[in-house]
Structures are given as structure tokens and as C-alpha cells.
Design a protein around this ligand. Sequence first.
Ligand SMILES: *Cc1c(COP(=O)(O)O)cnc(C)c1O
Length: 403
Amino acid sequence: MTQVGSAERASYAQAIGTGVATPPLRVPLSDLALDDELLAAVQETIASGWWSMGPIVDEFEQAFARFCDVPHAIAVSSGTAALHLALLACGCGPGDEVILPSLNFVAAANTVVHTGAEPVFCDIRSARDLNLDPADLKAAVGPRTRAIVALHYGGFCCDMRAVTAIADYMGLPIIEDAAHAPGASWRGRMCGTIGRVGCFSFFSNKNLPIGEGGMVVTHDSELAERMRLLRSHGMTTLTWDRHRGHAHSYDVVAPGYNYRLDEVRAAVGLVQLGRLLGGNAARAQVVDTYRRLLDGVDGVTVAFGDRTDDASHHLAVVVLPEGVERERVQEFMRQRGIQTSVHYPPIHRFSAYAGSVGARTLPVTEAVADRVLTLPLYPHLEEGQVEAVATALLDALAVYHDI
Ligand SMILES: *Cc1c(COP(=O)(O)O)cnc(C)c1O
């Protein structure tokens, strides 16, 4: 079997009359590559007869730890579970505040709330640099601050030099939300390994897709032990250990969770890990074309368009000129078969977080949030498709700008 993406699968489905009522997208936002190696990995694991967390999860953890050059990697059931464990391991709880940028996926804020702590939102730097603004992060620190969740937006490392200086001065742990950043590095270190704990997501539209899954990494053995316990109900032994006769009973030393990963998805993860850097390099090529065709053209800013460091290029985000109705642009592009998205509606604007900004202000987030637009990006996106996306965007702007 050759590589087949979901766009083609949708048209196959339609051709054989089983699928989709709307015309298939020519260019989806993201797309999975399928092949025999992945199918074989799944098949072998199924055939092994052991499906829940066991030796393949172990192998995936070890391979990921080696890849990141970090002593501890703990596989979990999602990126959200990774964030929750990281916050708990850093001691976040009722009465605490955790600082994070509002221009982020909601999982970080939700998990802060689940620990009993309160999220405090900070601003971003600019339309060019959608990562947190260290000056505003510093301004957000108060007597109740317990941790900082630093997102590497789109797989571009945030200013970890400045964030680390603030965190060290204040004695705060940095939890890196590296959901977008597997394989990205900063000054020779992998994103996710610079702070106290790094959290990765392997959701199907991420750079290392396995369906649902995640990983926490840390240099700290004590934190790693705590997260391992909390991942599996706070139990001192695992089903796999008992199955092998290595343990016969267990104690429960903390009321934990079931945040385990399973063998089938770990097997997929091992294959995907081997492809990660090649995939990221292919993404970088696509992004180069977007930069060339769009950055500075007709008022469009390509986010991080000036960055030449080792990013993972999870997202291709542009910031539209002021006054453009983004939804009209999206509809125009959809008519051309191009799927777009928004990363993200800022968290503080959601109903569940109404009033959460308090006396703080987030002027840059407010100015940029209605203008960010995410374009299709995946490793096997072809040059001609990238050009079609760029042309569609510029055509949409010609229609909807200055009318
Ligand atoms: C995807 C994502 C998450 C959550 O990961 P899941 O694996 O979907 O739970 C958290 N933060 C960011 C920035 C993400 O993009």
C-alpha cells in the first residue's frame, strides 16, 4: 500500500458511495500518512495478546527519553493528562495561581482548574511572535503564583531565556506546554526539556500522531516517580508487573488517575517517532513557501516568519490585516476546497472563563485574536497545493479587504 491521505480517502469513500455529503476537501488542514509499516506495527501488537500498558509503552518511553536526551519520559493517555500530571507534581492546588498565555488551547487552563488552582492569563508579544510576553508574565506574578505554563506556540520555542530568568528569580517551576513542539529545539536542547516538566500531545493532528496520547518528560527523578504513580491510580505496582509475577499485591499511596497509554498506540508512536524529524523538515519546506508567497503581501503577517531556529512547524499561522472579516475569508477558501482553522479563540473569552482576566489586560491578544488564521500544513502537502492555498487567501483578501 502506498501513502494515502485522508483527502484521498474521502474521495474514495465518495466514489464508492459510502461517504460524505459535502464535496471532499482538496486541501485539509492536516492529514495523516498511512502505510504498511504502521499497519504492521498495529497488527503485531494486537497479535501479541497484551494490549494495555506493558513492554511497548516502556520501549516508547525509553525511545522518547533518548530522543529528547532526558532521563525520564512517562507516556500518558493525552496531552491534557500530561499537563494535569505536571501541574499536580509541581504541587499546584487550591489557593494557587498558575500563569499561562490566553492564546493557547483550553486544556492548559482546564487542567489548572482541575487541580483547584486558578489560571492567570498573560499577553503575547506581537502578531509576529504569538508566544507569551515575558514582561507581562513578570507583571502577572503575585504572592500566590505557583507555576508558569509556557506554550511553544506552533512549535516555536518561546523566549525561554527570559522565562527561565523570571522563574528562577521568583522560585517558580516552568511547565512547558510542548504539545506543538516534539522535535523542536532551542540552543541545542529539545523543547520540553528546558523547564521542570515538559508536556507533549500525540493527538491525531499533531506532529507525532498516534490517535490519542501524550508524554511528560523531566530531569527530576522525584517528580517522575510522582507522575508515574498518579498516572496509574497511585498504585505501587502495575498490572504488567503482576502478570509477569514480579509483584502480587499493591498499595495505593495517593488518589491517582487512569492516565495510562496502551500498547497499540505506543507501537504507532515508535514508528512515528522515527519519522518525526523528517516530517518536521518537510513541514519547514511548506512554511518556506508560505513565507515567500504571503509574508508582508497585502498586509498579511506570517507568524514567526522571521524565525530560522529549529522549530517543529506544527501550525502555519498568518495574521490578517486589520478590518478583514476572518469568517468571510475562511468561507471563500472553503469554496475553493481549502480548510482553515483558528488557533486559538483566546481562553479568557470562553464562557467558562468569563471574568478570569480580572484587573489584567491583554491588549496584544485582543488585537490579534480575531485576525489569526491557520493554513493547511502537513509533511506531504505538495508545492502546488501550497500555492493554491496562498492564491486563495490573497484572492479572498482582494475581495473582502477595503470594501
Ligand atoms: C493538543 C493540545 C493540548 C492537548 O492535547 P490532547 O492530547 O489533545 O489532550 C494541550 N495544549 C496544546 C497547546 C495543544 O495543542
